[in-house]
Design a protein around this ligand. Structure first.
Ligand code: PLP
Length: 449
């Protein structure tokens, strides 16, 4: 990274850069990191956080950055939301671990009740775990137990985590899968509609369904399929929004063949799109729903929720030492209280409008902007070398992210070609902060193309 831009010092916004980026204190820690931490942790920005508040954080050198990555999604209520901090601290003072299956505690039960309520109520139950991948593993186990079948269907560009089954379900080979085989058997990959890259965007869903129906004849017997796992809006895969017909039709197809449909809402869920589940935008009521990330506002907690007959798999069949850790449960209960009581989900629609307006304005100058898409606070912009060929333009995105970090904004990409900028902004971001960050990104796109 380069010398900081002097003009940022006198800026009136949130960002405040007082040293070069990275500053000397951050550099010293990053040097220690290089000596003692596996290089698998490929640091996105070389600045070391000291503390975070809302949409911003301060680094060890006193520089204040805006954060459009939010820990890759969990901090949907911003860094250190006061009600979450208070709930976690209060719980930590009481007790922080018993193993729920040995000595149960109320915050676990309360969280299960809240998740049932937030996902439509009725005769549902919840299993808690620590990470998205772990909840995905549980959802697959539950579907296998319920159906007595072995096969699982996942989608192109899907990301479901890094444990063996979750990694197998994940689509992108590098860096997630390369050299880590053999993978779990009986996983079949089907197309997920990508309207922007489809010859006929309105038929993208129908075309994907035709391929799946054909695969049920040529590739896998639907009677052997336990589950399909789908992200209602793909996250790591590029914030790809399917055509509105796709998810309801997929569910119908599953019903016809006795297949459990699992909605992986790890990235899309918990209010990011303006509804508690992204599934709601499509009228999808999946058999099992997987939640993580924003559920715990940075504390490790994940969940599977579904009908009692699917969830009641028998004593000891799923679990783990730390699942539903009390401090994480307390944090998650605070998150869901804030979402229910403060009307924060409504903020997602304002965020969408502002993000779209800024990028539509930039698109008149920047022909590399191929697609602006998403729902609510789950918005992304896809960059291409030109709008005809739609060839992915990762190089421009890399330059934009580097430039943004130098100017005080952390932004991250997604998509199998890394050519998509995603905005994982918190619902608590102010309009001024959002505009400040968008200005950096759009001016970067204009000047770096
Ligand atoms: N599922 C989806 C849709 C995700 O986006 C992710 C993480 O990015 C996961 C599962 C895995 O979650 P975790 O990293 O908590 O294991």
């Amino acid at each position: 990274m380069h010398e900081h831009d002097q003009s940022q010092r006198s800026g009136v916004g949130t960002i405040r850069l007082v040293t070069e980026v990275p500053g000397p204190r951050s550099r010293a820690v990053v040097e220690r990191h290089a000596r003692s931490v596996s290089n698998a942790y490929d640091l996105h920005v070389p600045v070391v956080v000291a503390e975070g508040r809302g949409a911003s954080f301060t680094d060890l050198d006193g520089n204040v950055f805006l954060d459009f990555a939010m820990g890759v999604g969990p901090n949907l209520l911003g860094h250190s939301h006061p009600r979450v901090v208070e709930a976690a601290a209060a719980q930590a003072r009481k007790f922080s671990h018993t193993d729920y299956a040995v000595i149960p505690y109320e915050p676990f039960v309360e969280l299960a009740e809240r998740i049932v309520r937030m996902t439509g109520g009725g005769d549902q139950k919840v299993a808690l775990s620590n990470s998205g991948a772990e909840a995905v593993e549980n959802a697959i186990k539950l579907a296998k137990a319920a159906t007595g079948r072995n096969a699982v269907i996942a989608f192109e560009r899907a990301f479901h985590g890094r444990t063996l089954m979750a990694m197998t379900l994940t689509s992108k080979q590098r860096p997630y899968k390369q050299g880590f085989g053999p993978f779990a058997p009986e996983v079949y990959r089907m197309p997920f509609p990508y309207p922007y890259r489809s010859d006929d965007p309105s038929r993208a869903g129908a075309e994907a369904l035709e391929v799946i129906e054909r695969a049920f004849v040529t590739t896998v017997d639907p009677q052997s399929v336990a589950a399909m796992i789908v992200e209602p809006i793909q996250g790591e895969g590029g914030f790809v929004v399917p055509t509105p017909d796709f998810l309801p039709a997929l569910h119908e197809l599953c019903r016809r063949h006795g297949i459990i449909l699992i909605a992986d809402e790890v990235q899309s869920g918990c209010g990011r799109t303006g509804t508690f589940l992204a599934s709601e935008h499509f009228g999808l009521d999946a058999d099992l729903v997987v939640l993580a990330k924003a559920l715990g506002s940075g504390y490790p907690i994940s969940a599977v929720v579904g009908a009692s007959d699917l969830m009641d798999v028998g004593p000891g069949r799923i679990g783990g030492t730390y699942v539903g850790n009390p401090v994480a449960c307390a944090a998650a209960n605070a998150v869901l209280t804030v979402l229910e009581e403060e009307g924060l989900m409504e903020r997602a629609a304002d965020i969408e409008k502002r993000v779209v307006a800024a990028w539509e304005d930039a698109a008149s100058d920047v022909s590399e902007i191929g697609d602006i898409r998403g729902i609510g606070a789950m918005m992304a912009v896809e960059f291409v070398r030109d709008r005809e060929s739609k060839e992915p333009h990762q190089e421009l995105v890399l330059k934009m992210m580097d430039d943004a970090a130098r100017r005080g904004l952390v932004a991250i990409s997604c998509g199998i070609h890394g050519n998509i900028i995603r905005h994982l902004v918190p619902l608590v971001i102010s309009d001024a902060e959002l505009d400040e960050g968008l200005d950096i990104l759009t001016s970067g796109a204009r000047s770096l193309r």
